[in-house]
Write a protein that binds this ligand. Sequence first.
Ligand code: OAD
Length: 251
Amino acid sequence: MGTTAAIPPEVAARLRGARSITALTGAGVSAESGIPTFRDALTGLWARYRPEELATPEAFARNPSLVWGWYRMRREVVARAVPNPAHRALASLEAQVPRFTLVTQNVDGLHRRAGSERVIELHGSLARARCSREGTVLELWDETESETPSCPACGALLRPDVVWFGEPLPGEALRAAEIAARNCDLFLSIGTSNLVEPAASLPWRAVAAGAEVIVINVEMDGQRAGSGIYHLVGRAGELLPALIEAAWPAR
Ligand code: OAD
């Protein structure tokens, strides 16, 4: 377990007293599973690839095979990854707290693999493909290195079922995430640079509705500070287990 010494008692008490928690996670939660984040200077995906060439509808229209190749590589990285203590801590929190909603920007599926059941995937999932014509969502599809996959029903091109830049988020997921942000008394923002809308507004919707916020990140650049906003600086894989241990010491 993580060292509870890093957890201020008032933060542990705040978690213990929470009746309704909404957690928003970003790539930082999966970093300790070996999955690259996006904006880390040297190792982030956007440091090595150009998002406009890979994660936009225009990129896909221009070169679907390049885009499928990139998502295939990312699926292979995820297939080799395992949930880390941060994912497992969030799954245990779901069982511990009366009302707990997990909203993730991640598309790696590791929260569900760690046992989280109620997961709102704001940016879709690498584990799904979608017919570019009918919108049908598939969990299994034929894919080879050379051929871009096509819809078994209508033959149109399949695309990864993830949100690309310039695209709207899945409406139902976004509505559920906004409701969860407005109806919690504690909001956890974990491992996200908080730069991409509309996810980045969720913590502030929670604050506007009277919630307090705990931010967990290895660095606090760009993270808002203020009364009722607690910053825990460090790795999510260490701080989340420590926070839960500090709030509910093992009996
Ligand atoms: P980013 O790469 O923008 O931010 C990752 C955050 O995690 C940074 O603030 C890091 O400091 C922090 N971090 C890194 N390792 C950590 C660790 N072990 N423990 C805690 N924090 C850690 O990723 P996101 O914020 O998830 O969207 O990016 C949001 C969206 O932008 C993604 O969903 C993706 C991206 O473009 C689309 O592609 C549409």
